[in-house]
Design a protein around this ligand. Sequence first.
Ligand code: CIR
Length: 275
Amino acid sequence: MRSLYESTPPRFALVRPLAKSFTHALAEKPPLVPIDMKLAEQQHQAYQQLLSKAVDNLVVVPVAHDFPDSCFIEDTLIVVGDHAIITRPGAPSRRGETAAVEASVRQLIADGESLRLSRLADNVLLDGGDVLLFGGKLFVGLSRRTNSAALAELSKLVDCPVVGVPVPEGLHLKSALSAMDDVTLVVADREACRVMAKAIVQSFAHNVQTILVPDTVAANVLRLGKTLIVQAGYPQSEALIHQASRERGLTPHAISMSEFAKADGALTCCSVIIP
Ligand code: CIR
């Protein structure tokens, strides 16, 4: 099974353009400075351009102006190897986002891509932001958006071990940490985030390295082939991640997604990667 952490570019990245209603996206706290829609558009364009260079094919799912959060496509689809699983987002206002994403995956299958598609049972709640494929295991954050039925259901659907990780703080598991490769985690240097990382690290017999960063939003990095996309604007965290990337033969590339962070999004949330 191809991994997310290969040095060759992934086959596909799925993205979804910003809805006109994006300023009404869900947010744990209203931002101190409101979302600047023009800047958000520019940042999303830059993100798409970067992805289009770092992956073989960029798939743009049609925009959905009625769904303010629909650019956060990561929450609607997870991909484990060749298995594409449509989620059931935890926020009721986001459930309707999955239909067009499913249609895009069906089109890829119709075009001959080796993928198979599953949906989840009605009792499951799962946001893709809670799913981290790392070290051959699928870690699932048990957050306000993802329930334990998701764990049971995913265990039936995928071949690798599925491990639940309580998320005591923040929106998703990947709001607290993310992976640089199969043995390195980038973790926000906060008590709750260190505890989540410990649950992951302790599930392995081998050594897992953790890069602790002072800025929570910077703990979410996006690995694409030899490139590591990093959140710009957090110099201390950036320096630590840049150094760790270079030590691992990766090329860091910093971009700012400040307007998305105002709606609790980071780098991984604006795409779904198909390795
Ligand atoms: C939400 O609350 O659902 C969105 N405003 C943010 C989702 C971010 N998703 C992600 O990080 N995977």
